[in-house]
Design a binder for this molecule. Sequence first.
Ligand SMILES: *Cc1c(COP(=O)(O)O)cnc(C)c1O
Length: 217
Amino acid sequence: MSLHDITSRIAKAETDAGRTPGSVELIAVSKVQPDARVAAVLSEGHRCFGENRVQEAESKWPAFRQEFDGVKLHLIGPLQSNKARSAFELFDVIHTLDRPKLAQTFARLAQEMGRCPDMFVQVNTGEEDQKAGVLPADADDFIKECLSLDLPVRGLMCIPPVDEEAALHFALLAKIAARNGLRDLSMGMSSDFEKAIALGATHVRVGSAIFGERTAG
Ligand SMILES: *Cc1c(COP(=O)(O)O)cnc(C)c1O
């Protein structure tokens, strides 16, 4: 697999689903990948990347940003409140807003800095204990709370349970977004992004299919 293969498969999935070509954004998930592989994808012209840890992203992206213009960084991993400020400074989009305390911290930072990354609310569609995200039953209230704090919530994000049919989770996420008037859906990874596009994904998060298998993490 390569960047080119994945962008072709995304284009085909968009067409197959009757979606507008170019309506799905590819977030290349570069976590744990060697710098040389990330630099190769940057050199091919790709600019949209995802990282799941603030500290790791801080250690590699400032240098890449000096070398390559127009990089957009997405935080796709769980965020501790004490890292919220660093995340705010580094990331253009945060996909893992999932609890009131974090929402309040972001609202404070937005006031202080006069800007705010776009946000996705993460929904724990599989109701898994070990997974971050607001429960589906609590999603509507939480989304309202975030919007009342003036946070720029663009959509919802989910990571389906590994042993369940992902399509059920994608459909549930789309339903929750629709009834809350949210347009964007961050869903679909290397193994299931085409399915996610068929069900309305606007952002797919693809790592290993672009970069190769991760050796750790
Ligand atoms: C690592 C990761 C991905 C990418 O996974 P692949 O299977 O390598 O495509 C997507 N989303 C999240 C939240 C991740 O942590």
